[in-house]
Design a binder for this molecule. Sequence first.
Ligand code: GRF
Length: 192
Amino acid sequence: MKRLAIFASGTGSNAKRLIDYFSGNQYISVALLISNRKEAGALEIARKANIPAISFLKEEFYNSSTVIEKLISEKIDFIVLAGFLIKVPDNILKAYENKIVNIHPALLPNFGGKGMYGLNVHKAVIESKKKESGITIHLVNEHYDEGKVLFQAACPVLENDTPEMLATQVQELEHKYFPVVIEDFILTTAAD
Ligand code: GRF
């Protein structure tokens, strides 16, 4: 059994999709949810599914070994970032090299990097007059949004799209593809 930790800062709609998708899975289980915000909706979603869910202060992520110790004691094999808005600390990046996956709501390498989250991303896409946007699922390294791309899917940007409308399209792609791409990645990595 491969044990997954989800890191999430917000509402947690992707966390919910992952939890639902893997519940009852023979090979992969969501074993832990970690947040940097104690009011994150994602924590509640995990607790309702009886998954341990803990929040840590930003300082604990960066200036202590509390989080990594938790990952180790819970025997976590892979980490999935589902709307995690702070940088993953170096000690975790090192311990989980090539085992941390993120989802970004645009087609990287465009519209990534600092400040590119939430509606900012969709506003920037619309302002650029690009005809397409989409999702990128990628490995996480020490540079924001620059790790190896595992998967992309696109959707059209329509003439009168608002950032909110585009966000809805992109979120549908996220919910459709994130769990299956994670499953595929873990099963192929585990088989190597
Ligand atoms: C998603 O759009 C994801 O691409 C981004 O953060 C958002 C999280 O949304 N990294 P939710 O909390 O899963 O609803």
